[in-house]
Unconditional design. Structure first.
Length: 381
């Protein structure tokens, strides 16, 4: 997917006159309005730690903004030093960026998400509690809800250093006074928590408690992952995060309906794990205002079914037909989801100029019963 996104780097001026570095990843689709997410880095970091995720987000139709917190890390491009930073100064920085993002002409202002890792997750939670229904939802990767407890302990021990960094005189005082349960009760929108069960810095029990406390939350546990996701875990986390965002957007327009006919399947069950890998062969037809056609031979849904019965699906297939202008064309669909849910998250590529914009749009599919099997109704969000 060459040239499927563009980037922009800028500096904004915060309410206190501070310079804040911001970078955005935009779907390259001639300036259409899109949902957006602001992704916040953790303690001592900067947006270069995270921006490799921007491509994956933008390619699915969501603008992804990153920022450097003022004093947020030794290599921050923003003003300030780490000796001046507190959790609440970062909350203020994030609010400034939120106001900037809300005013961008490419952004749908009622479809903005906040996202953060570690301390950035804590900061995200705090601002979500203040903004409430001004944001669509929050995504928290291994959020550092341990900070108030750690700060209280450092105060009791007379220590003002963390990870080799001399903290602001106010850092621990401010953090120790944060009532994290009050923060969680302050936001009743959807929250996605993703945490590794081998996190030695922020024990997973903090996210488990958050999942019990938030009004509308889901906790995804990544077995074996520590504090920070690498390689396959990072890909999994960003994919689930984007699925979460698309799943909480309002469908704007119905694109077409896929009538699916499954005619064969093959299974293999792993001897040690007990999970089953199933390939389901299918054909079918598509009908709608934008496209009408049929699924070509070779459509396959690869399902990974855990011993618990739940699992994932990944259906990949090519259709041939006519677009809205009556031109012959082919489209490729990669439709992913979970077996326990009736919602899927498709990516569409096409050789039709009429349909080309779909590759830069957030799409969602809903599974419904059909007389001869089932159908997937695909919407643009």
């Amino acid at each position: 997917m060459n040239n499927s996104f563009v980037t922009e780097e800028t500096f904004i001026t915060g309410k206190k006159g501070q310079k804040i570095a911001v970078k955005g990843y935009f779907p390259s689709d001639n300036g259409q309005k899109h949902p957006a997410v602001i992704f916040s880095h953790g303690f001592g970091g900067n947006y270069r730690w995270l921006e490799h995720h921007g491509k994956s987000v933008a390619e699915r139709g969501i603008i992804c903004f990153f920022l450097d917190f003022c004093g947020g890390g030794m290599e921050s491009l923003s003003d300030g030093t780490m000796h001046e930073m507190t959790v609440m100064t970062e909350v203020s920085d994030l609010e400034d960026v939120f106001e900037y993002v809300s005013g961008r002409p490419e952004v749908e202002p009622d479809s903005i998400f906040l996202m953060g890792e570690s301390q950035g997750g804590m900061v995200t939670a705090c601002l979500a509690s203040e903004l409430k229904d001004k944001i669509r939802g929050a995504i928290l990767w291994y959020p550092a809800f341990v900070i108030p407890d750690d700060s209280a302990k450092r105060i009791a021990d007379g220590v003002s250093n963390f990870g080799g960094v001399d903290l602001s005189p106010d850092y621990d005082k401010v953090a120790a006074e944060i009532d994290i349960h009050e923060v969680m009760h302050g936001f009743d929108g959807p929250v996605l928590l993703i945490h590794g069960d081998k996190d030695g810095l922020v024990p997973i029990r903090y996210s488990e408690e958050a999942d019990r406390t938030y009004a509308d939350s889901e906790l995804i546990v990544i077995p074996g992952a520590g504090h920070g996701f690498n390689a396959r875990d990072a890909v999994f986390a960003i994919d689930r995060s984007v699925d979460f965002m698309i799943g909480h957007l309002k469908p704007r327009s119905r694109l077409f309906t896929l009538h699916i006919n499954c005619y064969d399947s093959h299974d293999v069950t792993e001897a040690v794990t007990g999970r089953t890998i199933r390939q389901v062969l299918f054909d079918g037809e598509a009908e709608g205002e934008l496209f009408n056609g049929k699924i070509l031979p070779g459509g396959v849904d690869t399902q990974v079914i855990e011993s618990s019965g739940d699992g994932t699906l990944s259906a990949r297939y090519i259709l041939e037909g006519k677009d809205a202008d009556g031109n012959l064309c082919k489209i490729y669909i990669d439709n992913r989801g979970r077996l326990s849910e009736d919602v899927t998250y498709p990516f569409i590529g096409a050789d039709s100029t009429v349909l080309d914009s779909l590759k830069a749009s957030p799409l969602v599919g809903y599974k419904e019963s059909d007389d001869d099997g089932f159908r997937i109704v695909i919407y643009r969000c």
